[in-house]
Design a protein around this ligand. Structure first.
Ligand SMILES: [Zn+2]
Length: 105
């Protein structure tokens, strides 16, 4: 059986993922639902969306306001700002873990 490929394309490229919903892969289907034009699937730090996991969290409204304001100031994608915030904290945690391993060694 040959899987149909996602039909999303953009100047200079097209998607090579299997189509899952309405002739689109899940990520491009999500782009379409957000009213975005199709774009390559690259996220924070060039990570491939296929290597990301979805999470759903509740955060304080004050924090959400600050994130939203930052996204608006950049004229960018609010999800990218959330990814950046989580990536910065995760990076700090990895550094702490590495320092701890060095101390333990
Ligand atoms: Zn796609």
């Amino acid at each position: 059986m040959t899987a149909n490929l996602c039909t999303a394309s953009w100047p200079g490229g097209s998607c090579d993922r299997p189509a899952e919903i309405s002739d689109l892969c899940r990520a491009h289907y999500a782009q379409q639902r957000r009213g975005k034009t199709f774009a390559p699937l690259k996220g924070a730090h060039g990570a491939d969306l296929r290597e990301m996991v979805p999470v759903l969290i509740r955060i304080p409204a004050d924090d959400a306001d600050v994130i939203r304001a930052e996204a608006e100031a950049r004229g960018g994608d609010i999800i990218e700002v959330y990814r950046e915030a989580v990536a910065a904290f995760a990076s700090e945690l990895r550094k702490r873990a590495n320092r701890q391993q060095t101390v333990d060694a």
